[in-house]
Design a protein around this ligand. Structure first.
Ligand SMILES: C[S@@+](CC[C@H](N)C(=O)[O-])C[C@H]1O[C@@H](n2cnc3c(N)ncnc32)[C@H](O)[C@@H]1O
Length: 390
C-alpha cells in the first residue's frame, strides 16, 4: 500500500475530505493519479484512505477514515446499499430520490439518483472514474434496475481534468423518461437536462409550498421543467406565471402540464432572463399571492459572493414590489457561498427602503436524500426562506 504524508493544521479524527497539494509533505514513489493511497499525518497516525490526483486542487479525497480500505466491489456495493437503506427512513423504495450523495455517503465524487426503477449516476473524481465498472455492477446486483445511465458532465470533472462522459450502461432508457413523484407525472430529460435531469433536492419543498397555492396567483421564477408550477396547479392555483431561460426546459414544462391534464390556459409561460422579465411583469401591474425564487447558484466561490448578493438584492426588491400584501415568497440559495444568514441580511437590507414588513414564516432545506455531513460542510447547500409580506 502506497502512503502520502500530510501536515494538517489540526490533529482531527475526521478532517475535511479534500486535502490540498500544499499540505502534502511526503509521497511514496510510484504513486499515480487516480490511485488509492493511505494518508498519514506527521506523527505517522493514519488519517484514512483516499484518491490521489496531482492535477486537481483536491489532490487527496478521503473516502475512508482511520484505516486503509480500498473501494472494492464488495465495499462499493455495501456503501451504496447502506445509503439506500438510510433513505428508506424518509422515502418509499419505489420513489425517486438521491441514493448516493458523494462525501455524505463516503463515496467521494459519486452521485447516484434513482428515478422510479432507473438509475442515473455521475462521477466527479478521477479515483471514482476507475471504479465505474464496479458501480454499474453494484447497481445491477442491488436493484435489478430498468436502466443504468451515466451522466458524467458536472463542473467538478473539469477540476479533475476529466472529459464529459455519457453512456447507457445497461437496459433501456426511453428519453425523456416518465416518472410519477409526489402525486405528479414528470417527463425528465436524463440525457440532456440539467444535473441528472431533475432537481430531487426540492422534493419536499414543492409539497410544502404547494399548500399555499389554492386559488392563488403564483409566479415561478427559474422554473426549470415546472417542479413548483406543477404542484401549484395540483393544489388548484388560479393562475401560474412561469419564467425560465432554457428553451428545452420550457418545452418539457409544457409537456408536463399536458400529461397531468392541467388546463393550459391557467399557465403563462415567459421565456427569457428573469432579470429582464421581472421588470416587464412589473409593468403589467399584476400582483402575485405566491412567488418562488429558485435561481441557479450565482457563484460557488466565496470571493464572488458580493456579486451573488447584489443579484439577490435586485431580485428580492422586485419580488416584494410585485407581491400582494399578505402574499408569500419562498426564496432559495443553492450555493454554499450564500448561507441562510446571508439571505436574511439581504432581505433586511431590502425591507429598509420599503413600506411593508417581511416576516420569516418557515425555513426550508434540501430534501433528506441529500444528507448533510458535518465533516463536509459543502454538503449543506440548499436553503430557503418562506416569507410573508405584511
Ligand atoms: C435551480 S434550477 C430551478 C429548479 C426548479 N425550481 C425545479 O423545481 O425543478 C434554476 C433554473 O434557472 C434557469 N435559469 C438560469 N439563469 C436564468 C435566468 N437568468 N433567467 C431565467 N432562468 C434562468 C435554469 O435554466 C434552471 O432551469
Amino acid at each position: 500500500m502506497k502512503k502520502v504524508k500530510v501536515k494538517l493544521p489540526q490533529e482531527l479524527i475526521y478532517p475535511h475530505p479534500y486535502i490540498l497539494k500544499s499540505k502534502i509533505i511526503e509521497i511514496d514513489e510510484g504513486i499515480k493519479d487516480g490511485d488509492e493511497v493511505l494518508i498519514i499525518n506527521e506523527k505517522n497516525k493514519i488519517i484514512g484512505t483516499g484518491f490521489y490526483n496531482s492535477s486537481s486542487y483536491k489532490t487527496l479525497r478521503i473516502h475512508t477514515y482511520r484505516e486503509f480500505k480500498e473501494l472494492t466491489y464488495e465495499e462499493i456495493k455495501k456503501r451504496i446499499e447502506k445509503a439506500f437503506l438510510n433513505r428508506l427512513l424518509y422515502f418509499d423504495r419505489n420513489e425517486s430520490f438521491r441514493v448516493v450523495f458523494s462525501e455524505s455517503d463516503f463515496l467521494t465524487g459519486l452521485i447516484i439518483d434513482k428515478f422510479s426503477d432507473g438509475f442515473v449516476f455521475q462521477i466527479n473524481s478521477l479515483g471514482m472514474e476507475r471504479k465505474r465498472d464496479l458501480i454499474v455492477k453494484s447497481l445491477k446486483e442491488l436493484f435489478n434496475p430498468l436502466f443504468i445511465y451515466e451522466k458524467s458532465d458536472g463542473t467538478g470533472r473539469k477540476e479533475e481534468e476529466l472529459p464529459e462522459f455519457k453512456k447507457l450502461h445497461f437496459g433501456n432508457l426511453k428519453n425523456p423518461y416518465l416518472i410519477f413523484t409526489e402525486g405528479l407525472y414528470f417527463l425528465i430529460d436524463i440525457e440532456e437536462g440539467q444535473k441528472t435531469g431533475f432537481f430531487l433536492d426540492q422534493k419536499i419543498n414543492r409539497l410544502k409550498l404547494g399548500k399555499y397555492a389554492k386559488g392563488k396567483i403564483c409566479l415561478d421564477l427559474f422554473s426549470y421543467t415546472g417542479g413548483f408550477t406543477l404542484h401549484f396547479l395540483k393544489e388548484e392555483a388560479e393562475r401560474v406565471f412561469v419564467v425560465e431561460i432554457s428553451e428545452k426546459a420550457i418545452s418539457l414544462l409544457k409537456e408536463n402540464i399536458r400529461i397531468n391534464n392541467f388546463p393550459e390556459k391557467k399557465v403563462k409561460i415567459i421565456e427569457g432572463d428573469v432579470f429582464e422579465k421581472i421588470y416587464e411583469i412589473e409593468n403589467w401591474k399584476i400582483k402575485f399571492d405566491l412567488i418562488v425564487n429558485d435561481p441557479p447558484s450565482f457563484t460557488h466561490k466565496k470571493r464572488k459572493k458580493e456579486n451573488a448578493l447584489r443579484a439577490y438584492k435586485e431580485l428580492h426588491s422586485k419580488i416584494f414590489d410585485i407581491l400582494n400584501k399578505g402574499g408569500i415568497c419562498a426564496t432559495f440559495s443553492c450555493t454554499q457561498a450564500v448561507g441562510i444568514n446571508d439571505l436574511i441580511e439581504n432581505l433586511t437590507g431590502v425591507q429598509k427602503n420599503k413600506e411593508f414588513l417581511i416576516h420569516i414564516k418557515d425555513f426550508l432545506f434540501q430534501s433528506p436524500c441529500h444528507p448533510v455531513s458535518l465533516y463536509f460542510p459543502e454538503s449543506f447547500y440548499l436553503k430557503g426562506l418562506v416569507l410573508l409580506k405584511e
